[in-house]
Ligand binder design. Structure first.
Ligand SMILES: *Cc1c(COP(=O)(O)O)cnc(C)c1O
Length: 426
C-alpha cells in the first residue's frame, strides 16, 4: 500500500502492482500448490515462521491481490476472500465465537444471514438476539450478555433498506467490550467506509456491486486492525491464548493488528476451506476496476426512478433513503453523502396481486433473485425469497407483503422509467 490514495485510483490500480517484466494484468494463479527448494523452507511456512504460499486453500496470489485491493478501499489492515457472502459472514462471526457464546444482530438483515444466525449458528451452540434498531437504548443494551462476542448489522439492509447509525452502534458495541461487524455489501466502500465511523470488521457479498456483472459468487472479510482483543483477553481467548494447532502461537502477540484476519485465514480457512477460486477472484477484480463508475451511475439512476415512483398515483409507498421524506434521509446524508445504493423498494395500490401483474409486464427489468448488478432487475420477496413466511412473519422481517424490490441498473434511466411506466399501464 502506498499512502492514502483516492478510491477511484485504488479501484483501478491497487492489489496487483507488477514489477519489471511482469504481466500488466493480474494473472490467474491457477495452481493448487507452490514449489520450495528445501524441506526446511516448507516446514517454516507450516509453523507460520515465514510468510509464503504453499497451498491455495490457505492463500493464493490472485486472491491476495484482490483482497488487498478491497482492504485498501475499506481502509483496513487486511482482508480475506471467501467463496460467498454467506461464508464471509459466517467466518467473521465464527472467528471470535464458539459453542456457548452469543451475538447481537439487527433484525432487518439479509434473509440468508438471518437463517445462518437463527438456525445454523444456533445448531453450533451460538445463540443470537435480534434487535429492532429503533428500540430504546435500554432495550438494546439489555440484549448484551456476559457471553456476547459481537454486534452485527448491515450498512443498508437488504431488502428493507434500513440505514445503520454506525457511530451510535459502534459506541454501544464497544461499551459492551465487543466489535461491531458491518456487512457493507449494498453501500460498497465507494459510498461508505464503516471503519471511519468506528466499525471493527467489514464483510461483503462481492457477488453484488463489487463483481457488478452477476458473474461470480464471492465474499470478503476485512479487518480494521482497530479492535483491542487483548483488553478483553478472556473473552477473545481464541486470539489471545495459544493455538495448539500451530504449536501454541498467540495471534495477538505474533501478528498484532493483523491477529483477527490472520487467524481467519490460517485457522478457519485451513479447517473449513470455503475459498474463492482464483478464476472468480480474477473476475471480481475486473468488476472492482469500474466499481466507482458503476456505483455512481446506479445511485444517479435510482434517485431518478425513486422520484418518478414517488410522484406516481399508482404507487402507494416508496422506500429509498435518497428521497427527502424518507426516514433515513438524514442518516444517509451523514454516512453516504455521495449516494447510497441502486436498490429501491416500493408498493403498488392493489397490493400483492397488483405487484405480481406489474412484474410480469416488465420487459427491460428482469425477474431474478440477484440484486446489484449492471442490469435492472426486480423481485417480489413475499412470492420469492421470503415465500415460506406468513404475512405476520413478513412484517416482522421488515418485508411488507406488497414490497417490490427494484435493483436499478446502469442502463439509460429514461428507458428504465419507460419500462416501469408501460408495465404500470398494462
Ligand atoms: C447477497 C447478500 C449476502 C449473501 O451473499 P452471497 O454472496 O449470496 O452468499 C449477504 N449479505 C447481503 C447484504 C447480501 O445482499
Amino acid at each position: 500500500m502506498t499512502g492514502k490514495r483516492k478510491p477511484e485510483t485504488i479501484c483501478v490500480q491497487a492489489g496487483w502492482e507488477p514489477k519489471k517484466g511482469e504481466p500488466r494484468v493480474l494473472p490467474i494463479y491457477q495452481s493448487t500448490t507452490f514449489k520450495y527448494e528445501t524441506s526446511d523452507q516448507m516446514g517454516r511456512l507450516f509453523d507460520l515462521e515465514d510468510a509464503g504460499y504453499f497451498y491455495t486453500r490457505l492463500q493464493n496470489p490472485t486472491n491476495d491481490a484482490v483482497a488487498a485491493k478491497i482492504a485498501e478501499l475499506e481502509g483496513g489492515v487486511g482482508a480475506m476472500l471467501t467463496s460467498s457472502g454467506q461464508a464471509a459472514n459466517f467466518y467473521a462471526v465464527f472467528n471470535i465465537c464458539e459453542a456457548g457464546d452469543h451475538i447481537v444482530s439487527f433484525a432487518p438483515i439479509y434473509g440468508g444471514t438471518f437463517n445462518l444466525f437463527a438456525v445454523t449458528m444456533k445448531k453450533l451452540g451460538i445463540d443470537v438476539t435480534f434487535i429492532d434498531p429503533d428500540a430504546s437504548d435500554e432495550e438494546i443494551n439489555a440484549a448484551f450478555k456476559p457471553n456476547t462476542k459481537a454486534l452485527f448489522a448491515e450498512t443498508i439492509s437488504n431488502p428493507s433498506l434500513v440505514v445503520l447509525d454506525i457511530e451510535k452502534f459502534a459506541c454501544i458495541a464497544h461499551s459492551h467490550g465487543v466489535p461491531l461487524i458491518v456487512d457493507n455489501t449494498f453501500a460498497t466502500p465507494i459510498n461508505c467506509r464503516p471503519f471511519e465511523w468506528g466499525a471493527d470488521i467489514v464483510t461483503h457479498s462481492t457477488t453484488k456491486y463489487m463483481d457488478g456483472h452477476a458473474m461470480a459468487v464471492g465474499g470478503c472479510v476485512v479487518d480494521s486492525g482497530n479492535f483491542d482483543w487483548e483488553k478483553y483477553g478472556d473473552k477473545f481467548h481464541g486470539l489471545t491464548q495459544p493455538d495448539e494447532s500451530y504449536h501454541g502461537i498467540v495471534y495477538t502477540q505474533k501478528f498484532g493488528k493483523l491477529a483477527y484476519i490472520t487467524k481467519a485465514t490460517v485457522q478457519l480457512m485451513r479447517d473449513l476451506g470455503s475459498i474463492q477460486s482464483p478464476q472468480n477472484a480474477f473476475l471480481l477484480n475486473v468488476g472492482l476496476e469500474t466499481l466507482h463508475l458503476r456505483v455512481a451511475r446506479h445511485c444517479e439512476n435510482a434517485q431518478k426512478v425513486a422520484e418518478y415512483l414517488n410522484n406516481n398515483d399508482e404507487v402507494s409507498w416508496v422506500n429509498y433513503c435518497g428521497l427527502e421524506d424518507n426516514k433515513y434521509h438524514k442518516l444517509a446524508g451523514k454516512y453516504m453523502p455521495n449516494g447510497s445504493c441502486g436498490v429501491i423498494s416500493f408498493g403498488l395500490k392493489g397490493g400483492r396481486d397488483r405487484a405480481i401483474r406489474f412484474m410480469d409486464n416488465l420487459r427491460l427489468a428482469a425477474i431474478v433473485t440477484h440484486v446489484a448488478d449492471a442490469r435492472t432487475s426486480v423481485l417480489h420477496p413475499a412470492s420469492h425469497t421470503h415465500r415460506q413466511l406468513t404475512e405476520e412473519q413478513l412484517i416482522e422481517a421488515g418485508v411488507q407483503p406488497d414490497l417490490i424490490r427494484l435493483s436499478v441498473g446502469i442502463e439509460n434511466v429514461d428507458d428504465i422509467i419507460a419500462d416501469i411506466e408501460q408495465a404500470l399501464k398494462a
